[in-house]
Design a binder for this molecule. Structure first.
Ligand code: G3H
Ligand code: 13P
Ligand code: ZN
Length: 313
C-alpha cells in the first residue's frame, strides 16, 4: 500500500511549510487505539499538522496489520497528517514501514561509525524517494532511554563541521541533531539547564534549507509527576526541556519536535488517579477514555504554547 491511499502527507512537505512559517510540527508517539485517537483529536481541535510517530517497538506491540487498519479507519484531515517510523535501526525495518504505507521514516544510525551511518542512510533515501516517502537521519547521540533496545549513557553533540557533507551524501530530507536533549523522563539535572544553541545556530547556518529535528523534547510537566506520586507512583528528579527553550530552538530551524514521555505521563497520571479514587470501577473504557482526554489536553497545550503549528492550513 502507498501512503497516499490513506490520505497521508509526507513529512518533507509538512516540514518545509513549517520552516517557511517559523513553527514546528509536533511528532507525537502512539502505541494503541487510545493514544492514536487522542493525538488525532488534538490535531482536529487545533487544526495543526501532526506527525504520528511509531517506534520499532510500538510497531511490534500494535502489530502492523492492526496498526494500518486503525490508520485506515481513523478520521483526519487529508494531507495534514504523516505516519512516521521513529528510530528505525535498519534498512529492512524502514523498507517494511514504507511498503505498508508509512509516509516518512527515520533511519537512526547515530550509534554507528560515520561511514556506516552514511551508507545505510543513503540506502534508505534511495528506496524511500522512489515512493516520495521522506527520510530523517541523525548525527550525534542523545543519552537516555531511546527505545526498548537502546539505552545510551553516552552523549555526543552533533558536529556542525560534518553536517553539510552528511546531508549531501545521504540525500536526507531532515536531520535530527543532538544539542543537549535526552530521551525519557530523566533528561536534565535541573530545570534551568540550557540547550547548546551555539551548536544549533552553527548547524542552521551551515545547512539553511534543511529542516532540523529535535528528539527527547518532552517538557515533563511537574503536575503529572506530582499526580503520579500522589496516587502511588514513585518518579523522582524528572526534569524536561523548558517550553521557552523549545520555542527558541524553532527560531534556529527546528521544524519537528518529538514528544513521547509527556503523553505517557499524562496517561499514567490519569489512570492512577481514576483507579485510586474509584476503587469499584473495572471497565477499562472508563479509565482509558479519561486518560486519552488528558493526552489530548496536553497535546493541545504543546501545540499552542510551543509548536505554534495550529491553524496553519
Ligand atoms: O524515542 C523513542 C520513543 O520514546 C519510543 O520508545 O521504543 O519505548 O516505544 P519505545
Ligand atoms: P521524549 O522522551 O522526550 O518524549 O522524546 C521522544 C522522542 O524523541 C521520540 O523519538
Ligand atoms: Zn527520539
Amino acid at each position: 500500500m502507498h501512503y497516499s491511499d490513506f490520505g497521508l502527507s509526507n513529512t518533507k512537505r509538512l516540514l518545509m511549510s513549517a520552516m517557511r512559517g517559523s513553527y514546528a510540527v509536533p511528532a507525537f508517539n502512539f502505541y494503541n487505539m487510545e493514544t492514536l485517537k487522542a493525538i488525532l483529536k488534538a490535531a482536529q481541535i487545533t487544526n495543526s499538522p501532526i506527525i504520528l510517530a511509531v517506534s520499532e517497538s510500538a510497531l511490534e506491540y500494535m502489530d502492523k496489520d492492526i496498526l494500518m487498519g486503525m490508520i485506515r479507519g481513523a478520521k483526519y484531515k487529508k494531507n495534514q497528517i504523516a505516519l512516521h517510523l521513529d528510530h528505525g535501526h535498519s534498512f529492512e525495518i524502514c523498507k517494511l514501514a514504507i511498503d505498508i504505507g508509512f509516509s516518512s521514516v527515520m533511519f537512526d544510525g547515530s550509534a554507528l561509525p560515520l561511514s556506516e551511518n552514511i551508507k545505510i542512510s543513503r540506502q534508505v533515501s534511495d528506496y524511500a524517494h522512489k515512493f516520495n516517502v521522506s527520510v530523517e537521519t541523525e548525527l550525534g547521540i542523545l543519552s537516555g532511554t531511546e527505545d526498548k533496545n537502546t539505552k545510551s549513557k553516552i552523549h555526543s553533540y552533533t558536529d556542525p563541521t560534518i553536517v553539510k557533507d552528511f546531508v549531501k551524501q545521504t540525500k536526507t530530507d531532515s536531520l535530527a541533531v543532538a544539542i543537549g536533549t535526552a530521551h525519557g523522563a530523566y533528561k536534565r539535572k535541573n530545570k534551568n539547564e540550557s540547550l547548546r544553541f551555539d551548536i544549533l545556530e552553527e548547524i542552521a547556518k551551515t545547512i539553511p534549507s534543511v529542516p532540523l529535528v529535535l528528539h527527547g523534547a518532552s517538557t515533563i510537566p511537574e503536575k503529572y509527576i506530582k499526580q503520579i506520586n500522589k496516587f502511588g507512583g514513585d518518579i523522582k528528579n524528572a526534569y524536561g526541556i523548558a517550553p521557552a527553550q523549545l520555542r527558541k530552538a524553532i527560531s534556529f530551524h527546528i521544524a519537528k519536535i518529538n514528544i513521547d514521555s509527556d503523553s505517557r505521563l499524562a496517561f499514567t497520571a490519569a489512570i492512577r488517579e481514576t483507579l485510586s479514587k474509584n476503587t469499584d470501577i473495572f471497565d477499562p473504557r472508563k479509565y482509558l477514555s479519561y486518560a486519552s482526554e488528558q493526552i489530548t489536553k496536553n497535546c493541545i497545550d504543546e501545540i499552542q504554547n510551543i509548536m505554534g503549528s495550529g491553524y496553519k492550513f
